[in-house]
Write a protein that binds this ligand. Structure first.
Ligand SMILES: Cc1cc2nc3c(=O)[nH]c(=O)nc-3n(C[C@H](O)[C@H](O)[C@H](O)COP(=O)(O)OP(=O)(O)OC[C@H]3O[C@@H](n4cnc5c(N)ncnc54)[C@H](O)[C@@H]3O)c2cc1C
Length: 426
């Protein structure tokens, strides 16, 4: 059986050696073979020819990629895109990766994953012009300020208050689990602007300046040893009304866009290396015949089957996603990727035996997201636990799939139509 990592590598090689691809990258796309794919690959070829990734700075390269419409190909021209189908982004990213081009996705995951989609979908042209390019070049990093100590799964119940004062809003309250907030320049924030409305209706969506006076970020140490997320406190923080995304009181619909993008981001992160690592660990074992070894082999095969089924599910979801904005399929992908990721991390630990509990480097890795393939196994195992919580828990994903995909009866929501300030809370 070919490990998923090897197989995906081969698929990429097959793609790169396709004659249309080669000719397009070399700038040889002709009218006869013109298609959206050859068009974007010709643009990739031109970008690489004009900005050699080995000698161009990352900021300059990413800026040129944005200007060429190759940042988010489904966005409009002038905003990092070309107005083409979202599936083409993968073609572009694969060609750039093969050419050794830089990517900001690991450094600015909230920006790339859900900040950009929220700004693009709900922002004015002026807001898009202000924020999208520096987000893509990673000159400005982004974080997400949704969860609160009393509002996680039920984030619409949030208590951070924004009160209008002329052309500004004054924000008071506390957010928690704000990943990367200590490095961020901007934070996507939801706050309550009308407590007399039921919880979903009185929320407004802002882009908060993380350097504003009154905004304080305090790190939280995780069980992995890292400290990538934070508590964020707002004390009379002023946000210009020009930094509001969407209408006053309409923040919930903007937040739904954000959450959909976030779940697609997670489902795009299927850890193919974990499958390859499990197979390598199995092959490295001296004992492959004892009852314990055979039980491990059973689990390895089951994990491989589930991993492969998840890969195909994601491919299908992507090919069906004709619209630029993701839908409930992101929840399906997130649930599946999380489950198989945790299963593989557990299996790798069991295959490694006592080695799996030794993590020589327990220094805080200060919020660097980095490549999970390079994370030591003990840390990756501990990290995998959080994946069924971040971006919405697996129980919430099941609720969404049940209601929106399968059409099952909805969750019981006793406070749905009650004004937020009349809902009893502890
Ligand atoms: C690694 C990591 C990074 C994160 N980064 C960010 C970030 O950058 N920004 C941000 O705003 N937040 C972030 N979060 C927070 C995350 O979104 C919340 O932790 C998550 O939404 C769950 O909320 P909670 O922790 O308050 O748990 P709760 O909502 O209190 O849930 C507790 C338990 O009850 C279950 N539960 C709750 N409601 C239901 C229901 N209706 N039906 C069935 N079961 C239910 C949950 O599934 C869970 O098991 C991050 C979390 C993690 C772990």
């Amino acid at each position: 059986m070919t490990p998923p990592a090897e197989r995906s590598l081969r698929a990429r090689e097959d793609h790169a050696s396709h004659p249309a691809t080669v000719s397009a990258i070399a700038g040889g796309a002709s009218e006869a073979v013109s298609s959206p794919e050859t068009e974007v690959l010709a643009r990739v070829g031109a970008l690489l020819a004009e900005h050699d990734p080995t000698t161009t700075s990352e900021v300059e390269f990413l800026g040129a990629q944005y200007d060429a419409g190759l940042a988010w190909v489904h966005f409009e021209k002038g905003f990092g895109g070309l107005g083409l189908g979202p599936a083409l982004q993968e073609v572009i990213d694969a060609a750039l990766r093969d050419a050794g081009a830089p990517s900001g996705a690991d450094r600015n995951p909230v920006g790339y994953g859900h900040g950009a989609g929220s700004v693009y979908t709900h922002g004015t042209d002026e807001q898009r012009r202000r924020w999208l390019r520096p987000l893509f070049t990673c000159e400005e990093l982004w974080c997400q300020l949704f969860s609160e100590p009393g509002a996680g799964s039920d984030v619409a119940g949030l208590a951070t208050i924004a009160v209008r004062d002329g052309d500004e809003w004054v924000v008071n309250g506390q957010k928690i689990w704000s990943s990367g907030a200590m490095h961020a320049r901007w934070g996507i924030l939801i706050a309550r602007t009308d407590p007399t409305q039921p919880k979903h209706r009185g929320i407004t969506f802002f882009v908060a300046d993380m350097h504003a006076p009154g905004l304080e970020v305090r790190p939280i140490r995780e069980m992995t040893g890292g400290a990538h997320f934070n508590e964020t406190f707002f004390t009379d923080v002023r946000i210009p009304d020009a930094h509001r995304l969407g209408g006053v009181g309409m923040g919930w619909s903007v937040a739904v866009t954000t959450l959909m993008y976030e779940r697609v981001l997670v489902s795009d992160q299927q850890e193919e290396h974990a499958g390859a690592q499990a197979i390598a660990l199995w092959r490295a074992r001296d004992d492959r015949t004892s009852p314990v070894a055979l039980a491990l082999r059973d689990r390895l095969v089951m994990a491989w089957v589930e991993s492969e089924a998840t890969r195909l599910l994601l491919l299908r979801a992507k090919s069906l996603r004709s619209k630029a904005e993701p839908g409930a399929d992101g929840s399906l992908g997130k649930l599946a990727v999380t489950r198989v990721g945790q299963q593989l991390a557990n299996l790798c630990v069991d295959l490694s035996g006592p080695d799996a509990v030794v993590d020589a480097d327990y220094t805080p890795h200060g919020g660097k997201f980095g490549d999970r393939a390079e994370m030591p196994l003990p840390r990756r195992f501990l990290n995998s636990v959080s994946s069924s919580i971040s971006g919405g828990t697996s129980e919430i994903m099941r609720n969404i799939i049940g209601e929106r995909v399968l059409g099952l009866p909805g969750d019981i929501r006793v406070d749905k139509d009650v004004p937020w300030n009349e809902v009893r809370r502890s």
